[in-house]
Design a protein around this ligand. Structure first.
Ligand SMILES: [Zn+2]
Length: 95
């Protein structure tokens, strides 16, 4: 019998390392109309999202705004394409 082998420890979401998050294609048709009129982090030749290193304004640690998170922010939440998160995940959750 076939089954999915998702390992979920302590009820947490499965996590993926940065390598797995590379190579996510940019779908500009899903960007907000305002985003489509500019380029944000990506020029017209860019085809894939790439992790962007940011620094948390609260704890000052550096963190990666992953390709997957950018796809969600720009294509699902329709944020403007020069959006960057201000806080790392730990601080964002603590707020
Ligand atoms: Zn932080």
């Amino acid at each position: 019998m076939a089954s999915l082998n998702l390992i979920v420890e302590n009820g947490q979401q499965p996590t993926f390392n940065e390598q797995h998050l590379m190579g996510i294609q940019i779908d500009r048709s899903q960007w907000s109309p305002r985003s489509q009129r500019t380029t944000g982090h990506y020029d017209e030749a860019a085809t894939d999202y790439e992790g962007i290193r940011c620094r948390c304004r609260k704890c000052t640690r550096s963190f990666v705004f992953t390709a997957k998170e950018q796809q969600f922010a720009y294509e699902v939440e329709k944020r403007f394409v020069d959006y960057l998160p201000k806080h790392c995940k730990d601080c964002a959750i603590a707020q």
